[in-house]
Design a protein around this ligand. Structure first.
Ligand code: AMP
Length: 398
């Protein structure tokens, strides 16, 4: 594509966490978008960036107005300028008079950041008129926001449909995410092990179903494991459970058995007498947890067994923590799995970390550069792996 002297509108995901003074606490998503922005600048474009930040229309001020001070993308400008090594202009609106004027005057080599797309009520509705106003700002549209590719919003998908195939494309981050996910989905080297954790079976059931067709081993940890133990006739005390998913847990195990896929559940658990860092803790058999106690992490025997499977694998997907890793007494299982995944990588396996909380755990341990790929898009990666068609991807391809 010829980018020289063109105005390029690029949708990125700058939805970063901020502290109470609006300082960025994790700039991973900003850094992830830099290669595309830099390449556009090097190729002679004037770059117009748009993104959302938080949920401004859900978290209104007491008087019902938008909390612009909290959700403005202006918070991003200093860090973005620093990472790009050049000043970044800012428009006070997304498609209004300020954005239009500044976009029109923007010169090749310059960068303009538009205000939060979610200040616009039409954004989440996928409003075509809003998307048209966005499209009017530029000659070319690039989507590099993998983290929001599963949303059919004005800035992520509808706007792309207003450009022809010669004037729209994916960015470099989007390309990397899709290529890495496809490494897992298309002819992965075997054995393939998927590690699935987190709170609920209901959030991961489509993924689990898909994984039975794909993986050789499925390791299940976290709160969701207890629904499986209940399904298998265990006594799970006060552990997290979804009683309405017990049948599903039975069916998934049956399907796995029929297909020759090994399911590994944590044989032991760290149990606690309260959902608290200060609770009393014990190690217990996961099929026999006393009333008044709950499983909050996988136990040491499970961690060793999971580690053995992971280290023998050639392809590994990890989505979701093994326990309540936010509390140090229940972080051991997640940390142990993270280390096993890093070890598998060192042994030559392809390892993909594809989920919000497992990404946090890998980062917490400083192991992000010891695995093959850490996805920036939790929900979007989950949907992609489930086999869903993502609107942000379809609108570019279609
Ligand atoms: P998810 O967003 O589905 O990946 O779930 C992540 C959340 O699951 C984290 O906040 C964990 O604290 C929570 N979690 C993991 N294991 C357990 C458990 N055994 N009991 C309750 N919550 C858990």
């Amino acid at each position: 594509m010829n980018f020289k002297d063109k105005k390029v509108l690029i949708r990125v995901d700058f939805n970063v966490p901020l502290d109470k003074d609006f300082h960025i606490t994790d700039d991973t998503r900003i850094r992830a978008a830099i290669p595309s922005i830099k390449q556009l600048l090097e190729r002679g474009s004037a770059v117009i960036i748009m993104s959302h930040l938080g949920r401004p229309l859900k978290k209104l001020k007491e008087d019902g107005s938008i909390d612009r001070e909290r959700f403005t993308l202006k918070h991003i400008v200093p860090r973005l300028s620093e990472l790009l090594g050049q000043p970044v202009l800012f428009a006070k609106d997304t498609v209004g008079t300020d954005a239009t004027k500044k976009a029109k005057e923007l010169k090749p080599g310059q960068v303009l950041l538009l205000e939060n797309t979610r200040f616009e009520p039409g954004e989440k509705k996928g409003d075509r008129e809003l998307a048209q106003k966005m499209a009017n700002l530029a000659d070319i549209y690039i989507n590099d926001a993998f983290g929001t590719a599963h949303r059919a919003h004005a800035s992520t998908s509808v706007v792309a449909s207003l450009f022809d195939a010669k004037h729209k494309s994916f960015g470099l981050l989007m390309e990397k995410e899709i290529l890495n996910a496809n490494k897992l989905l298309n002819n992965p080297e075997r054995p393939v092990t998927a590690i699935v954790g987190g709170a609920k079976v209901s959030d991961k059931m489509l993924l689990l179903d898909k994984l039975i067709d794909l993986a050789d081993n499925i390791i299940i940890g976290g709160g969701m494991a207890y629904t499986f133990f209940l399904a298998n006739g265990g006594h799970i005390g006060n552990s997290l459970v979804e009683k309405d998913r017990v049948e599903l847990a039975k069916n998934l195990q049956q399907k796995a058995h029929q297909k020759g896929v090994n399911i590994y559940l944590p044989v032991d658990s760290i149990i606690a007498d309260a959902f608290s860092e200060d609770a009393h803790t014990l190690v217990a058999n996961s099929m026999d947890i006393p009333d008044g106690w709950m499983g909050l992490d996988i136990g040491p025997e499970a961690a060793t067994a999971f580690g053995d499977v992971i280290k023998k694998s050639k392809t590994v997907l990890w989505n979701g923590p093994m326990g309540v890793f936010e509390m140090p007494p229940f972080a051991g299982g997640t940390h142990s799995v993270a280390k096993s995944v890093a070890e598998a990588t060192a042994n030559g396996a392809f390892t993909l970390i594809g989920g919000g909380d497992s990404v946090a755990a890998i980062n917490q341990l400083g192991l992000a550069d010891k695995v093959s790929y850490v996805s920036t898009g939790g929900g979007a990666m989950l949907k992609f792996l489930e086999g869903a068609k993502l609107p942000g991807i379809e609108a570019i391809e279609g």
